[in-house]
Design a protein around this ligand. Structure first.
Ligand SMILES: [Zn+2]
Length: 158
């Protein structure tokens, strides 16, 4: 745990934690009222992809695929964006951003759906101080679904 690192704090914070194994945590993004906006991160404070251990890479990919599958089963979500910048916080983390059907129509765009613009716009537009009930409900649902999958080892929806 690195002092002052928000991702280190979040991976240890149980309020918005969805699932965690021995090397990776998945938690719900705070302060954005967008149900299903998750963050995937190794528990260790690693700042370069090349420094990840094999178990961390395996868990990140496993949880990433599962997050995609589970989120796409939710009605309004049409696509899941995976992004990693490391600008504000160098601890490796993957934003898992659920793009809903209405988002694609809300901002005028030419030439198809502009993913980076949607991500940028809604991160600001949906900013909030607390976790609204729809976010808390989604956290509960995803906790259960991840847990079910991990216990049975079955792929969801099959
Ligand atoms: Zn950290």
């Amino acid at each position: 745990m690195e002092e002052g690192c928000p991702v280190c704090l979040e991976t240890g914070n149980n309020d918005r934690l969805v699932v965690r194994d021995s090397s990776v945590a998945v938690y719900h993004m705070g302060n954005v009222a967008l149900p299903g906006y998750l963050v995937l991160a190794p528990l260790r404070h690693v700042t370069l992809w090349k420094d990840l251990e094999e178990s961390e890479t395996t868990s990140l990919e496993r949880f990433r695929a599962l997050a995609e599958t589970l989120l796409l089963q939710k009605k309004p979500i049409r696509k899941v964006y995976f992004l990693s910048f490391g600008e504000l916080c160098p601890h490796i983390h993957i934003h898992c951003f659920p793009r809903t059907a209405s988002m694609a129509g809300d901002i005028p765009m030419t030439g198809g759906v502009d993913g980076p613009r949607i991500f940028d716009h809604y991160r600001t537009a949906l900013k909030t101080d607390a976790s609204p009930p729809e976010v808390s409900d989604m956290i509960e649902t995803l906790r259960r679904e991840f847990q079910d999958h991990l216990l049975t080892g079955k792929s969801p929806g099959r």
